[in-house]
Design a binder for this molecule. Structure first.
Ligand code: ATP
Ligand code: MG
Length: 233
């Protein structure tokens, strides 16, 4: 479904992403783990078309999206929930969700809202509340719900568990699994490597801009090098 081939991304003199290749198959959860500054968010932003790779290629559903503007990429069915939530704080929950549906025709929006509310009942209760007054966990749910409103085939999530209490982390991860069961393919960036590896099929371990390891998520979860570096053993 998504094929990234040898991308390189620079911020002026900083070479943030080096020759990165990765594959996400239809229906999978794939995770990208690695330390702070390894280049995870940069990779997602490049796939979304917000940053450009100087080399290589990016294919989504067999079409090159490397030079495509971000809104066209969303229209194709590839959406990103950015790091740090980035919701519209002065708007209500429901208005935020409707903003996520900007690529859709208006007739389907009601149904999409209901689907998000079924996944996140908390958002339904609070649909008229101003988003800036939601708790951190609720804001994360809203960011994920907004991502779903564009009906993505592939949803990229950048650290959805960041800053959340353990109970909410569990909830967010189980919702990710549920979204996947309902047919959304997921590319998940996480600091919480343990949890990410437990729900993913495949994983890529990123170190200073390069893919250092890749493979079956269950195998990586018991790999000694991964455990030492990322799982706190
Ligand atoms: N706008 C920018 N200008 C300059 N350097 C940047 C910019 N954004 C990121 N970088 C640098 O690029 C490298 C990769 O950053 P990136 O945000 O992709 O890391 P990350 O793996 O997502 O880290 P984290 O887990 O902390 O979110 C870092 O060294 C970072 O300082
Ligand atoms: Mg990041």
């Amino acid at each position: 479904m998504l094929k990234v081939e040898g991308i390189n991304v620079y911020y002026d003199a900083i070479h943030a992403v080096r020759q990165v290749s990765l594959d996400v198959d239809d229906g999978e959860i794939v995770t990208l783990i690695g330390a702070n500054g390894a280049g995870k968010s940069t990779i997602l932003r490049t796939i979304s078309g917000l940053l450009r790779s100087g080399a290589g290629n990016i294919y989504f559903m067999n079409e090159s999206i490397r030079a495509m503007p971000p809104h066209k990429i969303v229209e194709r069915g590839l959406a990103q929930v950015p790091e740090g939530r980035r919701i519209f704080l002065r708007m209500t929950v429901e208005d935020n969700l409707e903003m996520g549906a900007y690529t859709q025709k208006s007739d389907g929006i009601r149904g999409d809202l209901e689907r998000v509310y079924t996944l996140f009942p908390r958002l339904k209760e609070r649909r008229k509340q101003v988003a800036g007054t939601l708790s951190g966990g609720e804001q994360q749910m809203l960011a994920m719900g907004r991502g779903l409103m564009s009906r993505p085939k592939l949803l990229m999530l950048d650290e959805p568990s960041m800053g959340l209490a353990p109970i909410l982390v569990e909830q967010i991860f189980s919702t990710i699994t549920e979204m996947n069961r309902e047919g959304t393919t997921i590319l998940l960036v996480e600091q919480n490597a343990q949890m990410a590896l437990s729900i993913a099929a495949k994983a890529y371990v990123l170190e200073t801009g390069r893919v250092a390891m890749q493979g079956d998520a269950r195998e990586l979860a018991v790999n000694e090098d991964v455990k030492k570096a990322y799982l706190g053993h």
